[in-house]
Ligand binder design. Structure first.
Ligand SMILES: [Zn+2]
Length: 495
C-alpha cells in the first residue's frame, strides 16, 4: 500500500543533511519511504492531510530507563550533596541486606506482584515515548524480565527498540551510616554478558526488524576490565552497538582514575571501545571539564577522533545541577551527540529545548546548539549511535518512521506565528504536540490516540504504584528516611 502525506512543512533529507520543504509531500510504500518533495505524480492508495503541521522523522531516544520513574520524583530540589547530583545513587542504592522496593527494574521473576509491575513498567514506558513522537528507543541496561516485558509492548504498540538485558560486576549498597559500599562480583558480570548474548541471539531482528540487540555493561566503574573487553569482542563478532554510563559522575570519574590510573574515556579507548556505535551516557564529566581540574586532559580529543556517540540527557542532568560543557566543543571535536530522556518527562521536544539553551549558555554564544543542531541530534544523532543510515531521516529508501507535529500547539497560542517550523517546535513545543506517529509504515498513534492504551488508567495505576514506592522508602533507604524526610513537600502544612 502506498500512502502520501501532504504537509505545510516537511523536514526532508538530502546529501547527509536535513532540509526544509514547504507545502510538500512524503510518500511511503510498505515500511519504506519512496518519495519526498514538492509533489508526487504517481498513484497512491491513501492520503493524509497535514495542513498547518510539520512532518518530520520520528525521534530516537538513546537513553531510556524504563518505568514511571516514581523514585526520581523524590530527588527534585533535594538529595545528599555527597553524590554530586548523581540521581541513581540517591534512589537506587538500598541499605545492606535490603532491596529497592516497588521498582520492577529490581524485582526478580516470581516476586509477588511482579507480573503486574513489569507490565505497568513496560506499557507506561512505551506509551509515553510513543505519545511524544519517539519511534526508536534504546533501553539502557535493565534486567532480563524488564526486557521481555518491553519486547511484548513493542510488539503490541508497534514501535522500534534496541533492547537486551544489561549487566555489571556488582553495584552499591549503603552501610549503616549511609556510606556507599561497593559489592563486587566479577562472575556476575560475565554471566550477565552470556545472558545478554543469548537474549540477543533469540530476539535480534524480531518483529520484522523492529527489535535489535545492544550490549550494555551498565557502568564503566561497575564493570571489570575483562567484562568490558569481552563486550567489545562480542560487539565486533556480532556487529552490535554498545552503550554504557561513562564520564557521567564525579564519583565514577575519581573511582576509575584511582583504580585504573586512566580516565573513564581513556579506559574505554584503551580497550578499543570508542566508536560511533558506542553510546556513552552521559559523557559530561570528561577530563576536559574544568570542574574536574584534571591536567593534560585528552578525553575530548579521543572521543572526537573515534567519532564516539554520547547520549546527552539535558533534563536529567540540569535538574541535578550538572551540565554538558559544552555542546559546541563536543561537536567541533567530532563527537556524535544524540539525545536521551533518561528520566521524566520523556519529552524529546523539551529535551531539545534545554539542550539548545544549555549549549548557548555554556558555549557563551547564541550561535551554539541551534534548533537545527538539536533536532539533528534527536534524529540523525540517534541513528548514528546505533549504526543506522535508514533511520532518523525522511528520504527515499529510509524506513517510514514519521511524526506529524501540530504547529497550533493543540489549539493554543503557544507557537504564535510560525516562520521556521523547527525553531517553532524547539522553542515553543512540547511532546504532546505530536499528533500522529508512524513506525515501519504503520500508524501507531493517530490524532493523539494510541490504540490499546488508556492514558487515564495508566496514570491511575502509576499513581498507586508511586504512592506504594514512596511509602516503603524507610524499609530500604540506607538512612531509613521517610519520603517526607528525604524530599519534603515544597510548601509545609499539606495536611
Ligand atoms: Zn542512565
Amino acid at each position: 500500500m502506498r500512502t502520501l502525506i501532504s504537509a505545510t512543512w516537511i523536514v526532508g533529507h538530502e546529501n547527509g543533511r536535513h532540509r526544509l520543504i514547504r507545502d510538500g509531500v512524503v510518500v511511503y510504500e510498505g515500511n519504506t519511504i519512496v518519495h519526498v518533495g514538492k509533489s508526487f505524480e504517481g498513484q497512491v492508495d491513501k492520503t493524509i492531510d497535514a495542513k498547518g503541521k510539520l512532518v518530520a522523522p520520528g525521534f530516537i531516544d538513546t537513553h531510556v530507563h524504563t518505568g514511571h520513574r516514581a523514585t526520581h520524583r523524590l530527588i527534585t530540589d533535594t538529595g545528599r550533596p555527597m553524590y554530586y547530583g548523581q540521581p541513581f545513587l540517591e534512589i537506587s542504592v538500598p541499605k545492606e541486606g535490603a532491596v529497592v522496593k516497588g521498582d520492577p527494574r529490581y524485582l526478580k521473576h516470581g516476586d509477588a506482584g511482579s507480573e503486574a509491575a513489569f507490565a505497568l513498567n513496560a506499557t507506561f514506558t512505551v506509551a509515553e515515548l510513543l505519545r511524544a513522537g519517539v519511534t526508536t528507543f534504546v533501553e539502557f541496561g535493565s534486567q532480563l524480565r524488564v526486557q521481555d516485558s518491553l519486547l511484548a509492548e513493542v510488539k503490541r504498540l508497534g514501535t522500534r527498540a534496541y533492547l537486551a538485558p544489561g549487566y555489571d560486576c556488582g553495584r552499591w549498597v549503603g552501610d549503616d551510616k549511609g556510606r556507599l559500599k561497593r559489592v563486587r562480583n566479577n562472575q556476575l558480570g560475565l554471566d550477565g554478558l552470556t545472558t545478554a548474548l543469548d537474549w540477543i541471539e533469540k530476539n535480534d531482528g524480531a518483529l520484522g526488524g523492529r527489535v535489535r540487540g545492544i550490549l550494555v555493561p551498565r557502568e564503566v566503574e561497575t564493570s571489570s576490565v575483562e567484562l568490558l573487553r569481552r563486550t567489545r569482542e562480542a560487539a565486533d563478532a556480532n556487529k552490535l552497538p554498545m552503550a554504557t554510563h561513562a564520564a557521567y559522575s564525579v564519583l565514577e570519574f575519581h573511582d576509575v582514575v584511582a583504580e585504573h590510573m586512566m580516565t573513564p574515556i581513556e579506559l574505554l579507548d584503551d580497550l578499543g571501545m570508542l566508536r560511533p556505535t558506542m553510546n556513552i551516557g552521559h559523557g559530561n564529566f570528561i577530563a576536559d571539564n574544568p570542574n574536574l581540574n584534571y591536567s593534560k586532559a585528552r578525553d575530548l580529543e579521543l572521543m572526537g577522533q573515534a567519532g564516539v556517540s554520547i547520549s546527552h540527557c539535558p533534563i536529567n542532568i540540569i535538574r541535578r545541577a550538572r551540565v554538558l560543557d559544552n555542546w559546541k566543543c563536543y561537536q567541533e571535536a567530532g563527537i556524535n551527540i544524540s539525545i536521551g530522556s533518561d528520566t521524566y518527562p520523556r519529552d524529546m521536544i523539551m529535551n531539545m529545548r534545554i539542550a539548545s539553551y544549555m549549549g548557548k549558555v555554556m558555549g557563551h554564544t547564541y550561535f551554539a546548539a541551534t534548533a537545527g543542531e538539536v533536532f539533528e541530534a534527536a534524529t540523525l544523532g540517534g541513528a548514528i549511535s546505533v549504526g543506522r543510515d535508514d533511520l532518523g531521516r525522511l528520504a527515499p529508501g529510509a524506513l517510514a518512521d514519521i511524526v506529524i507535529i501540530d504547529l497550533s500547539g493543540g489549539n493554543t497560542l503557544r507557537y504564535g506565528p510560525v516562520r521556521d517550523p523547527v525553531r517553532g517546535v524547539v522553542e515553543c513545543g512540547i511532546g504532546d504536540d505530536v499528533e500522529t506517529v508512524i513506525v515501519d509504515g504503520n500508524i501507531c498513534m493517530e490524532n493523539r490516540v494510541i490504540p490499546g492504551v488508556d492514558f487515564r488508567a495508566l496514570r491511575d495505576q502509576a499513581q498507586i504504584a508511586g504512592e506504594a514506592i514512596w511509602a516503603t522508602l524507610p524499609e530500604w533507604d540506607p538512612l531509613e528516611r521517610t519520603a517526607e524526610e528525604a524530599c519534603p513537600y515544597c510548601y509545609p502544612d499539606i495536611g
